[in-house]
Design a protein around this ligand. Structure first.
Ligand code: PLP
Length: 454
């Protein structure tokens, strides 16, 4: 618990709005050119390349174990799609004032885990498995990694265990890949985790431990159990460089997809990317990668629920993991289970502090409204956490804060050439019945919203 909350509120008046549970917009006064932003950051493009190569080595194994990746040659990647009707809807119904084009990066449809966690979570377990196999002389990096599917590998990994704390999706991705490799895997689920996610994991042979507390507590217990067992590995969502690098590879893939779609990204054609944020690993890793790939032509915004804006709190105050949302009287509770995190990653916050363009926070009801709109306009379902990615596109060009930002960086004259990407971080594995419930809820709210905007 921090003691000087009152002083902090004087220094950062936005905290008063946050404390009241209001939606806020924060433009990062620390945003710097890439060269300056990289000072003191030890990771670089070489690390992203290394991660990309590791994904490529494992492609034959992934293809063998997960036939849905066959067509992509064992690569786990998602489509990038223009969503013109959604753009019109944001302009018509939400007064977004969006020019240029709006696209959806559909990590909601990533193979194997159905969320952005397929990038970081799966990568982390592959990296750990490669390390173990190399250490024990079972492979060389020039081997065909389809070997990892052989019985002697499964037997070997069966002697090792994996622990991870999760609000849901990280557990799904770690659980599924670890079980596929043969590990003894335990997922420690916080109270936010949805029942269907626990059911699905158990069905795949994963041990699920449930906690009547929040994410931090689940993590703490997972870490403790892992420490007691020398054959055990703990996936540390708050500090893991490997998770971060797994996510960062998305940027190199996106570069190819944008080029294929004929979309230019340069000074005259700015790219705005909006990514939902929990503890920070996924949006941080993706944003870090995007900055390495597109430099100063890309502007990365994070989006968080009004009750769990932990990264905003940490980066804005520079306190990082020394402050949590409960310190300013927020509950941390939200329908966005993937974003229900009270304390941010210090590693991520420090790494992206000068690369992050800003933050938008969003009320739960608006998550559902965007969900219904995307369904009605584009026929695409994404889960509540993912819907936060529309908070930025809805307000970047229409809010006073957003307009001032665009003017400050001399972007306003190029907005007709701009591309906005909403990063859809999850949804594919949500059962039909749960989708129907969400949609029903969204349209009840939708009518209210429509009435208000008339
Ligand atoms: C985990 C998650 C995020 C955010 O990732 P963090 O690494 O926790 O910041 C966003 N959306 C969904 C659907 C997620 O599951």
């Amino acid at each position: 618990m921090i003691e000087n909350v009152q002083e902090l509120k004087e220094a950062y008046p936005l905290m008063k709005e946050m404390e009241a549970g209001k939606e806020v917009i924060w433009m990062n006064p620390g945003l710097s050119d890439l060269k300056t932003a990289m000072e003191g950051v030890t990771l670089s493009m070489d690390d992203i390349d290394d991660a990309e190569n590791r994904w490529a080595r494992f492609a034959p194994f992934i293809r063998k174990m997960f036939p849905e990746t066959e067509a992509a040659g064992g690569l786990i990647e998602s489509p990038l799609r223009r969503i013109d009707r959604m753009k019109d809807c944001l302009n018509r119904k939400w007064g977004a004032g969006l020019e240029g084009s709006l696209m959806l990066k559909m990590d909601s449809n990533l193979a194997v885990a159905g969320s952005v966690k397929a990038r970081g979570g799966i990568y982390e377990i592959l990296k750990h498995s490669e390390d173990l196999a190399l250490e024990h002389g079972m492979i060389t990096v020039d081997d065909d990694y389809e070997k990892f599917a052989l019985p002697q590998f499964r037997e070997f990994f069966g002697k090792h265990s994996i622990h991870v704390g999760s609000t849901g999706n990280l557990g799904l991705s770690i659980g599924i890949i670890s079980a596929a490799l043969g590990y003894d895997v335990t997922v420690h689920m916080s109270m936010d985790a949805k029942q269907w996610k626990k059911d699905l994991l158990r069905q795949k042979g994963v041990r699920v431990m449930e906690y009547a507390s929040d994410y931090s507590e689940a993590v703490k217990n997972g870490r403790k159990l892992a420490e007691e067992d020398p054959m055990s590995y703990f996936v540390d969502d708050e500090n893991s460089v490997n998770l971060f690098l797994g996510y960062s590879v998305a940027a190199k893939r996106l570069k190819v997809q944008l080029a294929d779609a004929g979309v230019a990204v340069d000074e005259e054609h700015p790219l705005f990317v909006h990514i939902p944020c929990g503890v920070g690993g996924a949006p941080g890793g993706v944003a870090f990668g995007l900055k390495q790939v597109f430099g100063d032509s890309v502007y990365c915004f994070f989006q968080e629920p009004v009750q769990a804006p932990c990264m905003l709190l940490g980066v804005m105050t520079g306190l990082h993991n020394d402050i949590c949302v409960q310190d300013i009287g927020l509950s941390g509770l939200t329908a966005a289970d993937g974003l229900a995190v009270g304390r941010p990653s210090k590693f991520v916050g420090k790494t992206v502090a000068r690369m992050l363009a800003g933050e938008f926070t969003i009320e739960d009801d608006n998550l559902y409204r965007f969900m219904g709109d995307l369904m009605d306009e584009e026929g695409i379902f994404i889960e509540p956490s993912s819907c936060a990615s529309f908070a930025g596109p809805a307000r970047l060009c229409s809010s006073p804060e957003g307009r001032a930002f665009l003017e400050h960086f001399d972007l306003d004259r190029n907005m007709g050439n701009a591309t906005h990407i909403a990063w859809a971080t999850g949804g594919n594995l949500v059962p039909e019945e749960v989708r129907r419930q969400y949609y029903g809820k969204s349209r009840e709210l939708g009518l209210e919203n429509a009435a208000k905007s008339c």
